[in-house]
Design a protein around this ligand. Structure first.
Ligand code: HEM
Length: 484
């Protein structure tokens, strides 16, 4: 049974969708064939700019359920009661590849969760790694340029990647992580997620806590070796995307146990290292992970373009009781995402079904712009007004930051005793079994041996030697063996 006649965009029935209208049999095509013109013109405009990073990804809807009382730490309503459920939309991604890139590559994975709370959407835009390559947003465009295509060759270049990492010793911890076993997850379901940054929680009394989020996969960690990934990337480029969709179709809903590390505000100034430095983890011995919830993905999007490609996540989307920390990376990100959304999806991106609040209503005085749907009707578009419009609450989402010194330079002030680029990279190496170390060194050597200049390779190796002498020595001989 047909659903009724095929129509034009304006709804008029279409007589012939197989042949253009011509001036007589075999004659030239007529400009009066509006269906043809409409189809060709619409087709030319099907693409929007892909995300400048994390272009390649997949998403799903689900549910977050609170499993512990966290009201002593945050007044966020969606976290206010054990058993409380909140709808989520989550998008996973790789970082460097373009929209059509293969999934099974060595690259961090994006782990972005949108909580549709009754106080507005809360976005946690994290990764599958607890740390990052750099600690200041001002280096991000340079860093990403080295991960993307070289202006001359049009390809990703080992020289650029290792030049930047060698000259940015703070990357050593994340690079050690990335070239270890967890650097290529077997799927989006078989990896952990992290909020990565330190965030602020504040409770009803206005007390401040610094927190880090952890999402532990209930499917267990599963990774690919470099060899397995190379085959899979070639034979099944959509491996992660398909795995996520099919597991949900089968009713095998992936889930994560959600936890937080909580640091009382007073600890920050005197902690061993700067607790807002994104290149470092907080050792669990200092701040244990406390379980607070469960995240389950249980519904596939019906239209990938509408719901995944046009989805927008921003680290600046907070709700009452949650806010930023002075982490210099996070501060830069608070600007970057909204700006990217306005360019990539447009000024009314927040109005799309996947992006708008689901458990409350957005009540702003902003209006109009491309593709405005008239949602505000005739309501007044200014404040203050005498017509009962929405009004400000007088209470900020987060507490003001009580800084402990002003300063510039690579490290935020004050310097903490262990503000160092190498200690945690060395600790990670020393934690590994002999087999893990062998694979790490083989992965790193394989990549560094592609570099064309000796000084770039030496500097890169030098950072691993600074993390651990044995690490540096073994890496140097492995690189030499491949280059000779
Ligand atoms: C995507 C900027 C660091 C995780 C993006 C996008 C931009 C961006 C512009 C594309 C947004 C869009 O078009 O929708 C930056 C800047 C950073 C930074 C300037 C550093 C200052 C990070 C870090 C993480 C991260 C540290 C994780 C801890 C993500 C994720 C996405 C993303 C998961 C994809 C979101 C989605 O699925 O739509 N980033 N980023 N980024 N970024 Fe970052």
């Amino acid at each position: 049974m047909t659903q009724g006649p095929l129509t034009t965009e304006a709804g008029a029935p279409v007589a012939d969708n197989q042949n253009s209208e011509t001036a007589g049999v075999g004659g030239p095509v007529l400009v009066q064939d509006q269906l043809l013109l409409e189809k060709l013109a619409h087709f030319n405009r099907e693409r929007i700019p892909e995300r400048v990073v994390h272009a390649r990804g997949a998403g799903a809807y689900g549910t977050f359920t609170v499993t512990a009382d966290v009201t002593p730490y945050t007044r966020a309503a969606f976290l206010s009661e054990v058993g409380k459920e909140t709808e989520v939309f989550q998008r996973f991604s790789t970082v460097a590849g373009n929209l059509g890139a293969a999934d099974a590559v060595r690259d961090p994975r994006g782990f972005a969760v949108k909580f549709y709370t009754e106080e507005g959407n809360y976005d946690l835009v994290g990764n599958n790694t607890p740390v990052f390559f750099i600690r200041d947003a001002i280096k991000f465009p340079d860093f990403i340029h080295t991960q993307k295509r070289d202006p001359y060759t049009g390809s990703q270049e080992a020289d650029n990647v290792w030049d930047f990492w060698g000259l940015s010793p703070e990357a050593t911890h994340q690079v050690t992580w990335l070239f270890g076993d967890r650097g290529i997850p077997a799927s989006y379901r078989h990896m952990d997620g992290f909020g990565s940054h330190t965030f602020q929680w504040n409770n009803e009394a206005g007390e401040v806590f610094w927190v880090k989020y952890h999402f532990k996969t209930d499917q267990g960690i599963k990774n690919l070796t470099a060899g397995e990934a190379a085959v899979l990337a070639g034979t099944d480029p959509d491996s992660h995307q398909r795995d996520l969709r099919e597991s949900i179709e089968r009713g095998e809903f992936p889930s994560w146990t959600v936890g937080v590390q909580i640091m009382p505000a007073a600890d920050a100034a005197s902690y061993r290292f700067n607790p807002f430095d994104l290149t470092k983890v907080w050792p669990h011995a200092d701040y244990p992970v406390i379980e607070i919830g469960r995240l389950e993905l249980n519904r596939n999007p019906q239209n990938v373009f509408a719901e995944v490609e046009q989805s927008i996540f921003s680290p600046s989307h907070f709700v009452p009781g949650i806010g930023p920390s002075p982490d210099k990376m996070l501060q830069g990100r608070l600007f970057a995402y909204g700006d990217a959304h306005r360019y990539r999806v447009g000024i009314n991106a927040d109005h799309l079904p996947v992006n708008r609040p689901h458990a409350t209503k957005a009540r702003t005085h902003s209006r109009d712009g491309f593709l405005y749907d008239g949602r505000h009707g005739g309501a007044k578009n200014y404040e203050p007004n005498s017509f009962g419009g929405p009004a400000e609450t007088g209470r900020a989402l987060w507490q003001p930051y009580d800084g402990f010194g002003a300063g510039t330079g690579d490290h935020p002030t004050p310097l903490h005793a262990e503000d160092d680029d190498f200690v945690q990279a060395g600790n990670l190496y020393r934690l590994m079994s002999e087999q893990e170390k062998e694979r790490l060194i083989a992965n790193l050597a394989g990549a560094i041996s592609q570099v064309s200049r000796e000084d770039i390779a030496e500097r890169a190796i030098g950072n691993f030697a600074a993390a651990d002498a044995d690490f540096g020595k073994r890496l140097e001989s492995a690189v030499r063996a491949l280059r000779d």
